[in-house]
Each structure stands twice: as C-alpha cells, then as structure tokens.
Design a binder for this molecule. Structure first.
Ligand code: MGP
Ligand code: SAH
Length: 362
C-alpha cells in the first residue's frame, strides 16, 4: 500500500474522490477577476500563473475532500492546455506507451518498416495483452467462460468500479424516488459486454441494457448468466438516440451512460471534450436525452474530460428551463435553485486513475 493511501486510511485496490462542483459562470468570472487582482500577492504562496498556476484556478472552483487532495492533486486532469499536460509529471505514462508501440524490436527491422500492417498488428496485440492481463479486474468470474470481443476489452468497466457506481446509482435512485411501491429500475444505455449491467443487476430490481451491437449485447447476456443475474435484465438492441425516447414510460429511476470514447487512443487527446469527442459531436444531445429519461443521470467518461464543458451543458439546460429558477435569479445567482451542481468522481484502481463518473441529480 502506498504511504499516502495508508496515511489516508484508504484501501490500495480502489479509492474514489468526490469533487463537488457548485459554481455558476458568473461566479467563475468574478473569481477569475479576483484572482487576477491577487496574482502578485499569491506568488509567494506558490501561485504562479506563468508556471502552471491554472491548477489553483480550478482548485478554487471545487470543493475537494481534503485527504485525497493530499494524496494526488485531482486537478491535473482538468487542465485545458496541451503544453501543460505534457509538462505534467503524470504524463510520462502515455509517452512511455507511445514509445513502446513505435519502437519495439520488430519495428526497427527493415522488413517491419516495409509492412505497416505488421506494426499495427503488433500494436494491437500488445494492447490486447495489456487488457488481458487485467482480466480478473474486469470480471472476477472470468475463468467461468466470460466472453469479450476487442471493443469489449478496451471499454469494459472494471468490476470493483462498476460495483461502486451501482451502489451510488442505487442510493441516488432510492433518495429521489417518489413511489416506493414500484421496482427500482436502472437503464444502462451502452451496455457493451455487461461490465456495468451485471453490477447493476446485483442491486436493482430491474435493469434495461441497450447496445447498438447485437454481438456484444449477446455477450453481455451470456456474461450475466455466468453471474446468475440475467433474469432481471432486459436486453434491447438498438441506437440510444432512437431507443431511449420510447423508454420514457418505463419508470426508469436512473440512467447510466458509458459511451464509446473513440477507441484506446482516447488517451492521446490532452483534453476530452464531452461536446465534440462523443458520438460524432452528439455529446450535448446525449446529455439532454439522458436527462429527459431521468433527472438522475450518470456519465462515465475519460479521466481528462473538460469539466467546464460539462458545467456549460448543465447551465444551458438551466437556461432552457428558467421556470425552475427562483424569482430573482439574475440577481440571486446563489440559491439552491439557481446554482448548478453535479458531482465528479474519480475512479482509482491500484493507484491508477482509470476514469471519472459525473453524477447529475436534483
Ligand atoms: P485505458 O486507459 O484504455 O486502459 O482504459 P488501462 O490499461 O485500464 O489504463 P492505464 O492508464 O492503467 O494503462 C481505462 C478504463 O477506461 C477502462 O478500464 C474502461 O473502463 C474505460 N474505457 C476505456 N475506453 C477506451 C473506453 C470507451 O471507449 N468507452 C467506455 N465507456 N469506457 C472506456
Ligand atoms: N460499460 C460497458 C462498456 C461500454 S462500451 C461495459 O462495462 O462493458 C460502449 C458501447 O456502446 C459499445 O458496446 C458500443 O457497441 C455501444 N454503442 C456505440 N454507439 C451506440 C449507440 N448509438 N447506441 C447504443 N449503443 C452504442
């Protein structure tokens, strides 16, 4: 166990941080102005805008559980400048990986240079090998005959993380449920090979699992059978954009979305834009669709997701529904009704930041 985690009293296998956003654009502008005024005073306290002070800009925006802030600065994933990202200590991992793929022994030979497909194949094999090594992280019952295809390998949510999300989702569903006599239902809009679906089925009365790919959906059904949970899952093959509107009357308490991030190369983007990098620039539409099915929405996204773009999506939604604001919202900008808030959670596995979840709920 790392000394930091031991000190924090956290398990080494899995920890999660909650970052609560609670700030409007106006507040941000005011804070930015305040910060500019303070810039020179702050230099003595380690704040230096020219040398990476943007960390601190973000830090002021968010409220963080202190002990985890000490463990690892969660704001390193939120930087918007690519140069900054490259300079960051954590970045060596990605650079190392890139080297590994382009400079392997085979690739240096003339023969290999001449045949690009060999390089691609090698890269692919190495990549799948990396995921295969983590097979028990993905499914503890892997040896019972779990089925996974290529996209499944690089997209499946590790079991301990999926279990944690399921617990959070269930608690959100129960808290916001009005009719406690009806079943507690979750929609897994991108079910893949079933990493999340299976963990949801452990806690929820009913799970609706949707995926565009019939083969992968069948794998999810098969895998759920291995866990003895397929009975409570309804599998639907189709495109979320056409399937979800028809599910509005299904009494869905919470929607979970783990869409494709553009393949394993998603990590090479310094910042992942939830508007443009999801489903051919349909990120905003996806968010709105999820919220139209249930106000309780969870998005599972890359670790380097631009959180401010998420905030903008929420604010836009607020503006569209101005009736929900308080009577004096323009001036107020600070009451519960006018303030936007959502929770960002980092998912760590063996000291590695794997992904984030963003929880939206009333
Ligand atoms: P990763 O960064 O591709 O690999 O995925 P790895 O080896 O787990 O990370 P490393 O930094 O330790 O090397 C990290 C996690 O993100 C995976 O376990 C999946 O849960 C999730 N994930 C990755 N991709 C490419 C996708 C995707 O396209 N969609 C979804 N929903 N999840 C993904
Ligand atoms: N959470 C899953 C992984 C999801 S990967 C797990 O743990 O196993 C993303 C999935 O979204 C892929 O299986 C892909 O087939 C599916 N998908 C992509 N576009 C889609 C769409 N428009 N509608 C529904 N599913 C889609």
């Amino acid at each position: 166990m790392s000394p930091e985690l031991e000190q924090a009293g956290l398990p080494s296998s899995f920890t999660s941080t909650k970052v609560v956003k609670n700030s409007t654009a106006k507040n941000r502008k005011k804070k930015a102005q305040k910060k500019r005024n303070k810039k020179h005073n702050n230099k003595s306290a380690g704040y230096d805008e020219d040398a990476g002070g943007e960390h601190f800009n973000y830090a002021e925006e968010f409220k963080v559980i202190e002990v985890l802030k000490e463990y690892r600065n969660p704001f390193t994933i939120l930087m918007s400048k690519s140069e900054r990202y490259k300079e960051d200590d954590d970045c060596y991992v990605e650079e190392e990986q890139e080297q590994e793929y382009t400079e392997t022994e085979d690739c240096k030979s003339e023969e290999c240079d001449a045949d690009e497909s060999v390089v691609t194949k090698k890269k692919k094999t190495d990549l799948l090998q990396k995921y295969y090594q983590q097979r028990y992280d993905y499914f503890s019952l892997f040896d019972e005959g779990i089925h996974i295809d290529e996209e499944g390998w690089y997209s499946v949510t590790p079991e301990v993380i999926a279990d944690h999300i399921a617990a959070e989702a269930h608690s959100i569903a129960l808290t916001n449920k009005t009719d406690h006599d009806t079943p507690v239902v979750v929609l897994d809009a991108f079910c893949g090979v079933g990493g999340n679906t299976i963990q949801f089925a452990k806690r929820f009365d009913r799970v609706i699992a949707v995926d565009l790919d019939a083969g992968r959906l069948e794998m999810a059904r098969h895998n759920a059978q291995i866990y003895g949970l397929s009975e409570r899952i309804r599998f639907i093959q189709g495109d979320v954009f056409s399937v979800l509107p028809d599910l509005a009357d299904e009494g869905i308490d919470v929607v979970f979305m783990s869409p494709p991030w553009g393949g394993p190369d998603y990590i090479n983007r310094p910042v992942f834009c939830p508007r443009n990098d999801l489903l051919e620039k349909r990120g905003v539409e996806l968010f709105q669709l999820g919220r139209s099915v249930s106000k309780n929405l969870i998005l599972f996204l890359p670790r380097q997701t631009d959180i401010f773009a998420i905030a903008e999506m929420v604010q836009h939604e607020k503006k569209e529904n101005e009736n929900n604001n308080c009577d004096d919202c323009e001036k107020c900008n600070n009451c519960d009704k006018c303030n936007d808030s959502f929770v960002v959670e980092q998912h760590w596995l063996r000291n590695r930041l794997k992904a984030i979840s963003i929880y939206f709920y009333p």
